[in-house]
Ligand binder design. Structure first.
Ligand code: VG1
Ligand code: CO
Length: 543
């Protein structure tokens, strides 16, 4: 066996962000850049020798090249077996499931999620631990520490593995098993939802459209919706994973999922539409001329969970990320369930799920999931909605509006300012932070500040602490605004402003959120001086 130990020099910029290490493709193509990070992952772990690793990605440019490198490095570092998706394809939730099902030591996911792909686009790499979930901060910190002092990496000299041929191949002493990317995931979905009932509803005339945005969910969605549930051919569109996602931005929101939005807001719109992101962990849910805010979606899934076989016996609790609206809290209260508020990023839900303190989790950024895996799961959310639609036989809009009447409506919106100069963004945050101590009790417009702070999280399971997870300004009537900088971008900074206001009066629940939140939007600009300091006169994306 020909194992090389290659001398290398550390890079100073390999600190994982909200969800792994994301950089532009040319950065990953720098000599030793990928190898350094992969070796740093392995160096940070203990006891993986002879164990199983799951490996796959969203099919974006550089996926196959990176997989070949990682396989040879895994072989040289003593892994026993690698399960890799056929063609290198595995969605993020599918990886999470495979890790759990196979008792794997961990997994590596190659994706920059919703960021554009292609030779000039983004690439990313993320490590998941044995529970199937994203590595928690103590692990990512250890990986980063290794990346700062790395001096060499190990790689096997060998020919490429045939990623398209199912079955076992040998790479040095390590076994590579190329597996069907979809089969286990689709079996898991069948075990959770009432496929018969959904099939009947589709046969009975429920019209659905699924936009895979030329990203990883194409093969999953085609198998599940068209083959297993019998939806008409063509239900899934943009269904072929492409290395550059067809030039699009595989982010399922009202701006980037324009094909789906046009369809659902056009003449002869179907009853239900959904889109997923690059790596398949996000979802956007639409009804006929109707948009479901992700925060509401979480609350509605929770309120209707008993209609779904997997959750028939009730939930143990609900968790949401801090910037996500409190709509889910109201459901938790009504069902007498514990409700947790975590920092942004799925890695913070892992402990709560493992300890069975929560069953459902969600983020405002189009992410919803449950204890079935340890990642958010786009198609799972779509099936959950379809299961509810099949049982309730109402439209999406009716279900949401009825929910608001019962629990009240949390008007919600997120404003993103993408591509802000990094210096300007940090100035904005610093200035805002310095004002926090004096804000409480002040009147801003018609609102009185009840608290103003930097969100700090203490994990109730292992006691670990995460500081500075977003600046919050809360008002006496329960409204609030949150400011944070994105941790998934690769160029400049993205400022995110999250706005929320509760409306209990059923006669006032039909407003456009931008109108309902207009006062708060103006106050946010005033307190944080967004226009002046960013140089943007409006957000680049509003959801
Ligand atoms: C964003 C979202 C966050 C999500 C993360 C990863 O992070 O806000 O809620 O967990 O992306 O999602 P940030 O730091 O840019 O705000 V994914 O689908 O890119 O894995
Ligand atoms: Co994603």
């Amino acid at each position: 066996m020909n194992i090389h130990t290659v001398a290398t020099q550390a890079f100073s910029d390999q600190k994982p962000g909200t969800s792994g290490l994301r950089k532009q493709v040319p950065v990953f193509q720098k000599r030793h850049y990928l190898e350094n990070f992969v070796q740093s992952i392995f160096d940070s772990l203990e006891g993986y020798q002879g164990q199983t690793l799951v490996l796959g990605g969203d099919g974006r440019y550089y996926n196959r090249t990176a997989i070949q490198t990682i396989l040879k490095m895994a072989a040289a570092n003593g892994w026993g077996r690698v399960l890799v998706g056929q063609g290198g394809i595995l969605s993020t939730p599918a990886v999470s499931n495979l890790i759990r099902q196979n008792g794997a030591f961990g997994g590596i996911i190659l994706s920059a999620s919703h960021n554009p792909g292609g030779p000039e686009g983004d690439f990313g790499i993320k490590y998941n631990i044995s529970n199937g979930g994203p590595a928690p901060e103590k692990v990512t910190d250890a990986i980063y520490a290794c990346s700062l002092k790395i001096e060499a990496y190990r790689i096997l000299e060998a020919g490429d593995v045939d990623l398209d041929r199912l079955g076992s191949q040998q790479l040095g002493e390590m076994t590579v098993e190329v597996i069907d990317s979809v089969a286990d995931y689709s079996r898991l979905m069948q075990s959770l939802f009432d496929f018969d009932r959904i099939r009947d509803r589709l046969r009975g005339g429920l019209r659905i459209a699924i936009d895979s945005m030329h990203a990883v969910t194409g093969p999953y969605a085609t198998t599940i919706f068209e083959k297993e549930l019998g939806a008409a051919a063509g239900t899934v569109f943009n269904g072929k994973p492409l290395e550059d996602f067809g030039g699009g931005h595989p982010d399922p929101n009202l701006v980037y999922a324009h094909d789906l939005v046009e369809l659902l807001f056009g003449d002869r719109a179907p009853d239900f539409g959904a889109a997923s992101d690059g790596d398949g962990d996000r979802n956007m849910i639409l009804g006929n001329h109707f948009f479901v805010t992700p925060s509401d979606s979480l609350a509605i899934l929770a309120a209707n969970a008993s209609l779904v076989p997997a959750y028939r016996n009730g939930l143990s609790g609900i968790a949401r990320s801090m910037p996500t609206s409190a709509a889910a809290d109201r459901v938790a209260q009504a069902l007498n369930l514990p409700c947790y508020e975590t920092p942004t990023g799925w890695k913070f839900f892992g402990n709560l799920l493992d300890a069975d303190r929560v069953t459902l989790c969600g983020e405002e950024s189009f992410g919803t999931g449950s204890n079935h895996v340890r990642e958010k799961d786009g198609l799972w959310a779509v099936l959950f909605w379809l299961n509810i639609l099949a049982v309730r036989e109402q439209s999406v809009a009716e279900i949401v509006q009825e929910h608001w009447r019962t629990y009240g409506r949390n008007y919600y919106s997120r404003h993103d300012y993408e591509g802000v100069e990094s210096d300007r963004a940090s100035t904005l945050v610093d200035k805002l932070r310095s004002q926090l101590p004096s804000l409480t009790g002040q009147k801003l417009g018609a609102y009185t500040v009840a608290y103003a702070d930097d969100f700090r999280y203490e994990d109730p399971v292992d006691g670990s602490i995460s500081e500075q997870q977003g600046i919050r300004i809360g008002f006496e009537d329960g409204s609030r605004m949150v400011f944070r900088l994105s941790g998934t971008g690769t160029a400049g900074a993205t400022l995110r402003l999250y706005l929320e206001r509760f409306e209990g009066d059923t006669t006032k629940q039909g407003l456009d959120p931008q109108v309902a939140l207009a006062d708060l939007i103006a106050i946010a600009d005033e307190v944080a001086q967004i226009t002046t300091l960013t140089g943007f006169d409006q957000p680049t994306v509003i959801t």
